[in-house]
Design a binder for this molecule. Sequence first.
Ligand code: F0G
Length: 466
Amino acid sequence: MKTPSLLPEPYKIKMIEPIRLPSAAERRERLSEAGYNTFLLRSADVYIDLLTDSGTNAMSDAQWGALMTGDEAYAGSRSFERLEKAVQDVYGFEFLVPTHQGRGAEHLLSKSWIKPGQIVAGNMYFTTTRAHIELAGGIFRDVIVDEAHDPRSEAPFKGNVDLKKLKALLDADSKKVAYVAVGAPVNMAGGQPVSLENLRAVSALCRERGVRVVLDAARAVENAWMIHEREPQCKDWSAARILKEMCALVDACTMSAKKDAYVNIGGFLATHDRGLYEAAQNLCVLYEGLHTYGGMAGRDLEALAVGVREMVQDEWIAHRLAQVRYLGERLDAEGVPVVKPFGGHAVFVDARAFLPHLSQDDLPAQALAAWIYEACGVRAMERGVVSAGRDDEGRNRRPSLELVRLTLPRRVYTQTHLDFVASEIGALHRRASRLPGLKIVKEPKHLRFFQARFEPVPVAAAASRG
Ligand code: F0G
């Protein structure tokens, strides 16, 4: 195997935040107090926090500087104008509605464009996106390629829309389809990208049928760089050029700025469509705040305007993807089963392969996330049957992927942290056959994975069932 190599960080450290590894006894106790749900752990009890890359990024000195220039006017803030110009320049959308974060934009979009009973087709669901589609009376239909559901497939664009599945939906009744939602990359499939060729084909098909296309742009710059690396026609294109091309192919985007744009809070809906702009602006005043701040402080708008321009600089995004690949290759070298090719924001561990003695009812990904914390103080996130939730009849949705996500915040951890994570999870893997499953003991109604509580199921009980 090739030795993993990491691009040196294109930055140096100016401020530090201490972290501490709690003792093994403390970790056991804290995990039990948190109901074996890593979302319910206190940050102070976590050593290396790979729960999410959402809002956990380190801002640059330019972003911190921009905070001081925030215009906190309620209406018509200068900071809004700077953000609007940055979004127009970088994404190419004419119209911008700011929101407090990504799900705020999903809410405004779903309410503006879905009539009850209509379908939204998408390349695998995302939790908050599907929840807002359903709250607006819509029905989500998955049209992702089959390889996306196979953690062993090494296809380069496992996020692609399956054009045959999409065409079948449109042939049945294109009027019933409110819009097509393309996530690029696809978080729940392991951060897998969509190719530019596929996005072009989706766009052409939908335009021919009069159906709109929406991009989930949370990590679109990561997708753009994977296009640069994997799609031969784009090997000489910059991230900025690819991102703009992606946005020209869709009608609108929802954006969680807490990812690509390096900020700790913020989001927006951006569009080429004046009708959507006006509808969303009006809903914005009900749910988010006036349409020139949308739930963000003026200083947040400023930091975001700077982040949007930083995020498309090739050296930043190249380093980000190299760091994810480095962690993936280190885990792979330890024999840990990981989803390949490596995606943009995280390394996904295949929990079914890691804990083959557990059945899906033993919640293998939830359990593995818990045992990783117990073993080494590293916090990860379940992306399996618990995240998938229940269908209309109250049955568990059973995704084929049971994944644990080790997500890298941007510009936060060093190579030594990643080496620690890989060697500790490698050691856990060597004793995996003794690790128990979990069962749910408290289940909230919406997005249950955030707040559910669990208890261990001893290995013998799990084995007799599986
Ligand atoms: N779309 C995608 C692809 C996401 O990953 C997220 C958030 C959202 C939309 C919603 O954005 O959190 O700003 O409201 N993902 C986070 C994560 C929570 O950890 O993957 P938000």
